[in-house]
Each structure stands twice: as structure tokens, then as C-alpha cells.
Design a protein around this ligand. Structure first.
Ligand SMILES: [Zn+2]
Ligand SMILES: [Zn+2]
Length: 286
């Protein structure tokens, strides 16, 4: 039996939303701090790569190619971050466990279903309650403070892209910073940067540390996400070692349920994945 959500009243649920309910936004201070920190670190990398490494570089071809690569990755990483943060991860409407709604969904008297006591919603299979978002999230993987949002059914693609582009930009920055160190040491720190040698060393070392840390962290995260999608099992389900009550999709179907049909749009944070049916496969435990 497959049920979709039919709102009983047309008023917009403004919980976790801003701009008149149009944009999803979790109001969590810790999440905001982490998200701003992510942007700050991206801006710092932007400053060092451009002002210390690429703009003063005497080789225009090398400099131009790397500026294009770096700026493209920075733009895609920032856009993926914003999209993950501001997309509804798949929140179940709050307080929909009403008699009226239960009848509308076709439950008969005596039938069993899961109800979340915290947000008073009819809990679809594979949904979990997030204490930060204060909502039940469909196919919730985890709550990530770096994107100040849950990673769930409706925004997992953007989160995977975010980890992919941050891992790529970190690897590119590492290549640039190691190359710059080699040049500076070769020229005994003369004419290797518009800044003094101690300032240059500090900026390059900090960028090395940042790039290394984020390359490792996001690559692990990316691998974990891809393996979860491959096995059609969310992070929470893996952690709880839950017995699969749901019908596991084939590998290809599972990938398509996150990224949509294969196209270049898979790599774009601006393309919403296209599904055959948004609510396909949401069975309620009865
Ligand atoms: Zn809940
Ligand atoms: Zn959450």
C-alpha cells in the first residue's frame, strides 16, 4: 500500500523555514557557526591561492588554467553547500497523526502504524526523528552541523556533491601549495610572493593544514555516502545494524533514487533530481 501526503489545510508550515516559508532553514546556532566557518575557510583558501600563489605567478598559461579550475571548484563547492543547507531534507509534516489524516490515508480501525511522539507525525518506514531539526526526516542519514541540516532523502545528492567538490578543491589546493613551496625554496624565498617570507610561510602552511584535513575528512565522508547509497542503507540504519524491513533496491535503482536519471545534471547542484514519482516506495509500517 502506497500513501502520499495530502495536506489537510493549505497553510504553509513555517517550522524550520524562512522567507515566508519558501526556504528551508534550520535555526540552530551551532549549525550557523559551523556553516559560516566553512565559508570562512573557503574564503581563506580563495585568498591564499589567488593572492599568494596564482596571481603573482610568472607563467600565464599555468596561472590561467589553475585559476579556472580553482574558481569552478570553489563555485560548485559553495553552491552545493548552500543547496544542501537550504533544501528540505525530506521532513514529514508535523502533527499529521490526526484522526482525519489517518482515515484519509486509508488506515482501518485496528491497523498499526508508527507515530512519532516528539513531532506527532505518522512516521514513514525508514524515517527517523532528528532532535536538532525537531522533525522526522525521510531516509535520514545523519544531521551534519557543517551544512546546518539533516542529510535525508531529498538533499542527499547535494551533500554528496558538496563532499566531492570540497575533496576536489582540497586536492587541487594541496597540489598548488606544494608546487609553491618548491618554487619558494628554490628561489630562497625571494620573489615567490608579494608578502614577507614569514607571512608567506604562515599562509602556505595554514592552507596545507586546511587542505589536508578537509581532503581526508571529505573523502572519508564521500566514500561513506557512496557506500550507503550503493547498499541502499542509510548511516543511521548502518549504525543501528537494523534488520532491513524495506525492499532493498538494486544498486542502479538506489543510485537513481538519489541522483535521478543519469545525465550531466548528476554533477550540478542546480539540478533537482528527477524521479518517476516523488513518493514512490514510501510504505507505512502497518
Ligand atoms: Zn518526529
Ligand atoms: Zn536534523
Amino acid at each position: 500500500m502506497d500513501y502520499s501526503y495530502v495536506p489537510l489545510h493549505s497553510s504553509i508550515d513555517i517550522h524550520n523555514r524562512c522567507c515566508g516559508g519558501r526556504i528551508w532553514c534550520v535555526k540552530d546556532i551551532c549549525g550557523f557557526v559551523c556553516a559560516f566557518l566553512t565559508w570562512g575557510l573557503l574564503l581563506f583558501a580563495e585568498f591564499v591561492v589567488m593572492r599568494v600563489i596564482l596571481l603573482p605567478c610568472p607563467y600565464p598559461v599555468f596561472s590561467s588554467i589553475n585559476i579556472v579550475i580553482f574558481q569552478t571548484l570553489a563555485f560548485l563547492a559553495f553552491s552545493s553547500h548552500l543547496r544542501t543547507m537550504l533544501s528540505d531534507p525530506g521532513a514529514v509534516p508535523r502533527g499529521n497523526a490526526t484522526k482525519e489524516m489517518i482515515q484519509q490515508m486509508g488506515y482501518r480501525e485496528g491497523q498499526m502504524f508508527f507515530k512519532c511522539p516528539k513531532c506527532c507525525s505518522i512516521k514513514p518506514d525508514r524515517a527517523h526523528h532528528c532532535s536538532v531539526c525537531q522533525r522526522c526526516i525521510r531516509k535520514m542519514d545523519h544531521h551534519c552541523p557543517w551544512v546546518n541540516n539533516c542529510v535525508g532523502e531529498s538533499n542527499q545528492k547535494y551533500f554528496v556533491l558538496f563532499t566531492f567538490y570540497i575533496a576536489s578543491i582540497s586536492a587541487h589546493s594541496l597540489f598548488l601549495v606544494i608546487n609553491q613551496f618548491t618554487i619558494c625554496i628554490k628561489h630562497e624565498w625571494r620573489e615567490c610572493s608579494p608578502y614577507s617570507p614569514p607571512a608567506t610561510v604562515f599562509l602556505l602552511l595554514f592552507l596545507t593544514f586546511e587542505a589536508l584535513l578537509f581532503a581526508v575528512f571529505t573523502m572519508i565522508m564521500l566514500f561513506t555516502q557512496l557506500s550507503a547509497i550503493w547498499n541502499d542503507e542509510t548511516g543511521i540504519e548502518q549504525l543501528k545494524k537494523e534488520e532491513a524491513r524495506w525492499m532493498r533496491k538494486s544498486r542502479w535503482k538506489s543510485i537513481q533514487s538519489v541522483f535521478g536519471r543519469f545525465s550531466l545534471g548528476w554533477f550540478s547542484p542546480f539540478t533537482k533530481p528527477s524521479f518517476k514519482s516523488k513518493f514512490e516506495g514510501h510504505f507505512y509500517s502497518v
